[in-house]
Design a protein around this ligand. Structure first.
Ligand code: ZN
Length: 212
């Protein structure tokens, strides 16, 4: 039997959001306990809430939107690599040392995984350098994921990692919960909500262990 790992953060009012992004609000619209026939909830959240996809449109006007991403980009072989906790700025040499070579879809398990246990947003998360983004594009990687709310250095002067990856139509997955996942090769199933014309979308992201 294959083993499944759910990499998606639970969406709650308490979910950590990126500074400046909308807060998550889940409000009762109808409640049986209040005399209504059904339970229905109103959702208020940003397109980059929790575990989510960045489509090229996030940084490039006119570029591909989240509903236009082919499913074959989002589903298929993926590799989880582990970066040591000493690495904060992830460069090409760190990726090579972690064993990224040959991966079509790459998920980075970093020191960030520890940050999910903290109550607030942390600025000192590990991020991908522009040089590493360029390296991954050259390697032909189609999707890159990371275990915090952005793949970019906090307060970066220029969003080089985003621009480099999205400019080459490399899909970015942010907000992954990789705490329970050992490094290795898996099948990725990443399904963002089909939000028409948008820059990104929350996604249910799952890894399935490969048949031996
Ligand atoms: Zn992003």
């Amino acid at each position: 039997m294959p083993e499944y790992f759910d990499l998606s953060l639970p969406i709650t009012d308490e979910l950590i959001t990126y500074p400046g992004d909308p807060e998550v609000r889940l409000q009762p619209h109808a409640r049986i306990a209040a005399g209504d026939d059904v339970n229905v909830t109103t959702l208020s959240l940003g397109s980059h809430t929790g575990t989510h996809i960045d489509a090229p449109r996030h940084f490039i006007d006119g570029a591909r939107t989240v509903d236009a991403l082919p499913l074959e980009w989002l589903i298929g072989p993926a590799r989880v690599v582990e970066l040591p906790p000493t690495v904060r700025a992830i460069g090409p040499e760190d990726l090579r040392a972690a064993g990224s070579e040959g991966a079509q879809r790459l998920l980075l398990r970093t020191r960030n995984s520890r940050l999910w246990a903290e109550s607030g947003f942390r600025e000192d998360f590990a991020y991908l350098t522009g040089a590493a983004a360029t390296h991954l594009v050259a390697e032909g990687v189609k999707l890159v994921g990371i275990d915090y709310l952005s793949i970019e250095q906090f307060d970066a002067q220029q969003p080089v990692a985003h621009r480099t990856l999205l400019g080459a139509e490399v899909i970015i997955v942010e907000g992954l919960d990789l705490r329970a996942v050992p490094a290795g090769d898996y099948e990725l199933i990443c399904l963002p909500l089909r939000l028409a014309g948008l820059d990104g979308a929350p996604a249910r992201v799952v890894l399935r262990s490969m048949a031996p």
